[in-house]
Design a protein around this ligand. Structure first.
Ligand SMILES: [Fe+2]
Ligand SMILES: [Fe+2]
Length: 301
């Protein structure tokens, strides 16, 4: 486990508190979408609480380049933040990221440096204008039109995931057909390496997009719990189903991480792991849409 992963683990286990160099610092863990890879990117950052929003700083510990999470939010300005709560455990929040500009950026940067001089040192060391980003947690009480849009987006994301799944299935068929055509001893030789690599890529894309979809949902469920208390049992069930899928996704990603040569045995294993991920997924999607969308549309269910 890397240094970052250890901090994140400690953070999650201790309601957002960690020791070492972050001892006593207000920390938030953010997950963004990798701008080039599409892979979820999770990292701890120091925040400054400013009313309802949280300000985070792209100091990158004084390195000469902006941190990856900053580039990611320039691509997709939607993040999931995890933060300690009064309930005694870390809660995920879905948030919109806005980069502060001009005088506002400078003013909050100065405030942060005054509060924590390490940030001044980072600025001097990096010779960059360090970005200041405001995170606005999702609040479903504010804008009915936005809530309706979130419902529409949910359906779009589910459709995209279904389409990706269809591509993965097609890639599995292609590898199988390639393997049979290439050789009578397909068991040893397997499919063409490029087909196997294509399959691996499709699988990884599906895997990361599913992980990202769930990470985002976990964050928005917190806003649902606040706004629609009658949905508590529904959200408990959905969260529990996410845990099952997340475990299967982690195993799937690990398998894909070993690389692929395309032997029939290996393709069979990929298919078995995929089946584990998608078991009951259609039912989960349908239940989620059926129960959450009426609430977002203002229909009390
Ligand atoms: Fe879900
Ligand atoms: Fe979903």
């Amino acid at each position: 486990m890397g240094w970052n992963d250890q901090i994140i683990k400690e953070f999650r286990e201790n309601n957002g508190r960690v020791g070492g160099m972050f001892e006593g610092a207000p920390l938030v863990v953010i997950t963004t979408v990798g701008v080039r890879t599409g892979k979820p990117h999770t990292t701890p950052v120091v925040y400054y609480a400013d009313g309802e929003r949280y300000l985070v700083f792209g100091s990158n510990n004084g390195r000469p380049t902006h941190p990856d999470w900053y580039h990611n939010i320039l691509g997709i300005g939607q993040v999931t933040m995890e933060i300690g709560s009064e309930e005694g455990h870390v809660r995920p929040l879905s948030a919109r990221a806005v980069v502060l500009e001009g005088e506002e950026r400078d003013r909050y940067w100065e405030l942060q440096c005054a509060r924590d001089p390490a940030f001044r040192a980072y600025e001097e060391k990096s010779a960059r204008v360090i970005p200041v980003v405001a995170l606005y947690p999702l609040d479903l009480s504010k804008d009915p039109a936005r809530n309706r849009m979130i419902g529409e987006q949910l359906i779009v994301h589910h459709q995209e995931l279904r389409a990706e799944l269809a591509r993965v299935r097609a890639a599995i068929d292609a590898v199988r057909a390639g393997g049979t055509a290439a050789s009578t001893t397909a068991e040893e030789q397997g499919a063409a390496p490029e087909l196997a690599e294509q399959l691996r890529k499709h699988c990884l894309t599906f895997c990361w997009d599913m992980q990202m979809h769930h990470t985002r949902e976990q964050g928005s469920f917190t806003a649902f719990e606040r706004q629609y208390p009658h949905l508590a049992p529904v959200l408990r069930r959905l969260r529990a189903e996410h845990v099952v899928v997340e475990r299967a996704l982690a195993a799937f990603e690990e398998l894909l991480g070993r690389g692929m040569s395309g032997t029939p045995a290996e393709v069979g294993q990929v298919q078995a792991e995929l089946d584990r991920v998608v078991a009951d997924l259609e039912e989960h999607f349908a239940y989620e849409e059926e129960r959450l969308i009426p609430a977002l549309n203002g229909v009390v269910g």
